[in-house]
Ligand binder design. Structure first.
Ligand SMILES: Cc1cc2nc3c(=O)[nH]c(=O)nc-3n(C[C@H](O)[C@H](O)[C@H](O)COP(=O)(O)OP(=O)(O)OC[C@H]3O[C@@H](n4cnc5c(N)ncnc54)[C@H](O)[C@@H]3O)c2cc1C
Length: 385
């Protein structure tokens, strides 16, 4: 494996560029966006994702930029504590570290440059022809090149997935969306705090000593277009029933700039995610609801595991990609399924069922969360070569 093309310079594509570049592979990255800017909200990196970032050599920078924490607390819509769940993640790394997406991007870009990889913006795949021995590629900037492998980290709407597998695996809108806003961090926000409402959920996640982000998950049937200029008022309206901390924060939402509105869609491409010498990874293969904050972690794990599986010399590319699939399917499916269940379970709560739902959370949530976290905390390279 000497020459690889990566399509998409998001978190997963940059992760793969670093992992392969550090192993001496000649990597080209093409990115559709004209520049390398990212939307200014935050992202949590749970322990398994931090381990992938450690494998990429950037853990210390991520920890220095972010806010480590070790628990999730659950409240009702009035801000009354339901249950506090210390995390079962971590050990050798913090259980969680949240940081701004722009900081994570800056750190990954720095490592990409150190690994000697060039990212070309405003360019994408024009055509490819897999000869069995290699892939002949033409790009939209007119360049033609031959690669040993083409990797699509081109996001949940992945044109590469469509090219390889047709249109039957398009993202499915869940009916729900997330509103996010970076705000000053009140001293009490030292970990993820989630507030269950009737058919909605609000939350806060610390990002640094000074900042945190507010999130709100709402039902948005029909996936309406939300105009940027009305967003702050719409978010404030949707938070109307909340008291406690969220009620206090609501007053600073009206008139705020920088709200990011994300409809939630899911994709899970059946195995295998490759055809010949072309593979799709990250959100292109498995975009999930963000409720375990694992999407980028799964993309980064994909990147690290793929680089490991491509390393043994003398193994056919198809055998390496199959070995990769064996290490990824179960883990990705668990994240997909649990994230889906949490989203739909929380959104199904009504005014009438709220007291029972809260009692159920108190009883069952710590055990359920511990079970999932124990699984995710197992080394994701354990089954590797
Ligand atoms: C509301 C919300 C909150 C989330 N919170 C978290 C969290 O806290 N923790 C976490 O781990 N994950 C979180 N995620 C998930 C995470 O953002 C994604 O799983 C992750 O970004 C996937 O990385 P990726 O590289 O596969 O795809 P992307 O980040 O989507 O990157 C795809 C890249 O490909 C480019 N591209 C698209 N088409 C083409 C093309 N044709 N040619 C070239 N380039 C192209 C895009 O411009 C983009 O740069 C969240 C997601 C949402 C929606």
């Amino acid at each position: 494996m000497t020459k690889v093309l990566i399509i998409g310079a998001g978190i997963g594509g940059l992760g793969a560029a670093i992992a392969l570049g550090r192993r001496g592979v000649d990597v080209d990255v093409v990115e559709l966006r004209e520049n390398s800017g990212v939307l200014g909200v935050g992202i949590n990196q749970p322990a398994n994702s931090l381990r992938a970032l450690r494998a990429l050599g950037v853990l210390d920078e991520v920890l220095a930029a972010g806010f480590p924490y070790d628990r999730n607390s659950f409240y009702d819509w009035q801000g009354r504590l339901v249950v506090d769940c210390p995390s079962a993640l971590g050990g050798d790394v913090p259980a969680n570290t949240a940081l701004s997406r722009s900081d994570l991007h800056r750190i990954l870009i720095g490592a990409v440059e150190k690994a000697g990889v060039k990212v070309t913006h405003g360019t994408t795949l024009h055509d490819l022809h897999d000869t069995g021995d290699h892939v002949d590629v033409t790009l939209t900037d007119g360049k033609a090149e031959t690669y040993d492998l083409v990797i699509g980290f081109d996001g949940q709407r992945s044109p590469l997935r469509r090219r390889l597998f047709g249109t039957e695996h398009e993202p499915v809108f869940t009916g729900y969306s997330v509103w996010r806003l970076t705000m000053p961090r009140p001293a009490e926000v030292t970990h993820t705090m989630l507030f269950q409402g009737d058919g909605t959920k609000a939350g806060v996640i610390p990002l640094s000593d000074d900042s945190m982000y507010l999130l709100h998950v709402t039902a948005e049937p029909g996936n309406p277009h939300i105009p940027a200029d009305g967003m702050a008022e719409m978010l404030a309206e949707r938070l109307a029933g909340y008291g406690g901390l969220i009620g206090e924060l609501r007053d600073s939402v009206s008139g705020a700039d920088g709200i990011v509105y994300s409809p939630l869609s899911e994709v899970l491409l059946p195995s295998p995610w490759f055809k010949g010498r072309t593979i799709v990874l990250g959100d292109a293969a498995h975009a999930c609801a963000p409720h375990l904050t694992q999407g980028a972690g799964m993309a980064l794990e994909d990147a690290v595991v793929l680089a490991e599986e491509l390393s043994p010399t003398g193994r056919a590319v198809g055998a390496s990609l199959q070995a990769f699939m064996e290490r990824r399917c179960q883990r990705v499916k668990l994240v997909q399924d649990v994230s889906h269940q949490i989203l739909f379970g929380e959104m199904a709560v009504t005014t009438e069922t709220l007291p029972a739902a809260v009692a159920h959370m108190r009883e069952t949530l710590p055990g359920q969360l511990r079970q999932v976290e124990n699984f995710l905390n197992q080394a994701f390279w354990a089954a590797g070569p």
